[in-house]
Design a protein around this ligand. Sequence first.
Ligand code: HXC
Length: 514
Amino acid sequence: MADQLTRFRELRDKSLLGGGQDQIEKQHERGKHTARERIDLLLDPGTFSELGALAEHTKTDFGMDKKKFPGDGVVTGFGEIAGRPVGVYAQDFTILGGSFSQVQAQKINKIQDLCLQAGIPCIGLNDSGGARVQEGVYSLAAYGEVFVRNVLSSGVIPQISVIMGPCAGGAVYSPALTDFTIMVEGTSYMFLTGPGVVKSVTGEDVSTEELGGSTVHNAQSGVAQFAAPTEDDALELVRQILSYLPQNNTDDPQRYPSDDSPSRMDEELNAIVPADDNQGYSMIEVLERVFDTGSILQVHEQYARNAIVGFARLDGRPVGFVANNPLWMAGVLDIDSSDKISRFVRLCDVYNVPVITFVDCPGYLPGTQQEYGGVIRHGAKIIYAYCEATVPKIVVYTRKAVGGAYVALSSKQMRNDIAFAWPTAQIAVMGPDGAAPLVAGKQIKAAADPEKARAEFVAEYRETFYNPYRAADIGQVDEVIEARETRPRLIQALRVLETKVATSPHKKHGVIPS
Ligand code: HXC
C-alpha cells in the first residue's frame, strides 16, 4: 500500500512539473506563464480540480516511447469564476511544445462534454505548436473531435479561447468557432501557415507578428475580439466577459447590485449632439453617461471602428449595446461593421442578453469596393440578426437614421420592442442634400436665385421630414424623449421587457447570408 501511494505521489509530482524545471524556466524566459500558473490566475483561489493529470500518450514511433510526460501537454479540469463553475483546459508548452496529440484531445473532449452536459462555460488556454507531427493522422483526426464539440456547444454554453502562444495550422479553427478569442500582445499569434511557408509559396516576406499577431487579428482580420497587454490581463478579461453572460442558454445573465441610481438623468446629454450635422461627437461618451458607471466592456474594440458593440449594465442588469460611431467614417455601415454588429447581436440573443441600439448612421457605404466585396450579403446579416433575435430590443435614435441604416438597425418592423428618439433625430429616406435634386431639382434650376431656392427646399425638408416627428406620428418611434432622460427610460423599459415572450417558427436552422 505504501509503495502504491509513493508511486502515485511521484507520478503526480512529475505531472505538476510538466516538461520539467528547465522547460518551465524557458517558458518564463519567453515572458509566458506555465499552464498551471495560468489556471491559478484564471480561477477563484483553491477551486481548481484536475482531471486526467496522469494521462500519457501511447505512441512509440520516432522514439516517442521515451518522450512521455504525465498530462501529455494539456492541463484540464474544473474550477470556479466568481463562485460559478467553469471547465478549463490549458495547453502546456513545456511538454513537446504543447503539441496536439490524441490523448491531449481526449482530455480536452472530456472537459468539453462535461461542460455541455452540465451547462457551464468552457475556457481554452491555447499555447501549442499544433498537430503533434509524430502522431500523424491521429492528431489531425483529434482536431475534428474538438471542432465538433465547439460547434455543438455554440449557443448553448459560453466558450472562450485565450491565445497565449503559438496557434497555427488548423488549430486556429477551434478558437474561431468559440464565442470569444482573446490574444496576448507580443507573445501570441495565429495563422494557417507560418512565415516560412508564406515565403516559399508567395515569395512574401512577413514576420510572425505581421502575419498573425494580436494587432493583426484585433484591428484587421477581426479574428480576435480582444487584445490584452499581458497574460494576467487576458485572464482577467475572461472573468469580466463571463460576468455579463449566463452559465448557459437556458439561464439569464446574473444581475449585480448597482450603486448608480436608476433615475439618474444626465443634463450634458441634452447638448452632446452638435448643431452641425456633419460634425461628430463621442458615442462612447453617450454610452458612458447612460449605462451604470464603469460597466462598459467593448467587444471587437479595434475592429471596424465605425461601429461600437459591447456589454454594459443598466441598474445592474447586463445588456449588449450596438452603436454607430460618428467619429469614425461618420458611423457609416460597411462590410466589416456589418459582420461585427450581426455576430454580436446573435451572441446576445443566444445568451438572453437584451440588445440596446444607439443609431446615428448615414447609411451603407457606397462604391465598387463595397459592392464587389459583397456588402449586400454582409449588410443582410445585420437584418437577419435583428429579425431573428427574440431578446428584448430597444433602439435610441440620437441623430441620423437614414435609408437602409434606419431599417437595418433594429427598426420597428424587425421585431424591435421599443423605439426612443432624441429631438435631434433625423429619420428619413435620405439627407436634405441628396433629396434636393431629386425632389425639387427642376424648380431649383428654374428659380431666379437657385441657391436661395435650394436653401428654402432644405429648410422645408428638415422641418417636414428630417426630424423624429414623422416617425413618431406613425409609431415608428414610440416616444420622443430628452436625451438626458435616456438612462431612466431604458431602465423602465427593460423592467417591462424582462418577462417578454417571443417565439419564432420551428426550424432546423436558418441560412444566414455569409
Ligand atoms: C511535435 C513539436 C511541435 C509539433 C513544437 N514541437 N511543435 N513537436 N509536433 N507540431 C516541439 C519541438 O520539437 C520542441 O521539442 C518543443 O516542442 C518546443 O519547440 P521549439 O521549436 O523549440 O520552440 P520555439 O522555438 O519557441 O518554436 C515554437 C514553434 C515551433 C514556432 C511553435 O516549434 C514550430 O514551428 N512548430 C511547428 C508548428 C507547426 O507547423 N505545426 C503544425 C501546424 S499544422 P524539444 O523536444 O526540442 O523541446 C496543424 C494541422 C492541424 O496543426 C489541422 C487541423 C485541422
